[in-house]
Design a protein around this ligand. Sequence first.
Ligand SMILES: [Zn+2]
Length: 453
Amino acid sequence: MTSAHRSAYLLERAWVDGAVLDDVLVEIEDGRFTAVTPGTSRPDDKASSSQREFHRPADETHRLPGLTLPGLANCHSHAFHRALRGRTQRERGTFWTWREQMYGVAGRLDPDSYFELARATYREMAAAGITSVGEFHYLHHQPDGTPYDDPNAMGHALVAAAGDAGIRIGLLDTCYLSSGFGRPPEGAQVRYSDGDAVRWAERVAGLEAEPHAAIGAAIHSVRAVPRDQLTTVVEAAGGGPLHVHLSEQVAENDACLATYGATPTQLLHDAGALGPRTSAVHATHLTGADITHLGSTRTRACFCPTTERDLGDGIGPGRALAAAGAVLTLGSDSHAVIDLLEEMRALELDERLATQQRGHWTAAELLAAGTAHESVGFADAGVIAVGRRADLVTLDTTSTRTAGTGADEATAVFAAGAADVTHVVADGRVIATRDDHEDIGRELAAAIERVHR
Ligand SMILES: [Zn+2]
């Protein structure tokens, strides 16, 4: 084996052990932190003595001014929805009318165009400081429902796209079998269905983890997976991540009650689908009993506030879920916005709108929700600490948005945005800097134009 890949950064300020510390020297070898040393004296900028000072003559120590956070985790993504940004917002209607527009894009993609669109979208994520994405993937087959020669061609396109963009992907391969309660898939949905959960599981068994890719499972929703198929998906997920859209819409709750006499949460609980490895996405319209079930099983609740407001979904009971024992995570879902800092503050600010009270979440709690890499299969990421995956997201603390805000965790959560991210490292490699923004914009425009052509 050739010599290990090493690098070192001197961070002006960094979020380490639940506090912002000054002058943190981090050393990295083979993608992991090997040393994290706060209070390291600032090397003389003019002299090259800094390298001798750290006894690493072979390595370069890069200074990163600003505030550095751990890598951010985008726990709920549908990459292709990025092609809808700005094109659906002017329409009146509901979640259900938006869904028709989304299905239009879903019907046109093939493995090549999906790879291009996903790579551009993941590069936008990288530039926003996202180092892991949970991709809730249901666009499996050809437009008429026939499998591709490689039945996982679309999933493989997503894994390759993430690799090219430099981010990790938790590929949450999604079981989708019915259009609604008791209705077969129709229109674009025939691309999503494997026929039954056993055939879904057989196809998913052909996917293999890679260093940057974890394989997980998803139940699209209780309307898309009949009750008698749920346990097959739960068992196939094994010990890995299991995600499910839950109670995003009142209409889904009503139809579930009419069909089964139970809420979607109750149905999932009865199928053994809840627990710490499970992420319930949205969890917006819940009963008190639902909250108790999700909390007592330590299920994760993945809120997607910028999508939920874009689609008019409602405001979920975030604080009540946390008080009951659930763990909050965050996702950009439809990518109306890709900015995890915005998702973090929205968790707090939406709760203020709902309660007319301020101060529900601390900045530290919001940062934890924005770095929940374990929920998409990367338990060894999300903190700047020895032995963990070496991810670093550096924010400009002197921008028009952040100047004068204190350069601490409140700056990150309540002042900064994705445009303030200057430098991003994932698994020890630089994956984006501010200089990349123009190039990423061009790539996004080309990929999206191809989809709408
Ligand atoms: Zn979703």
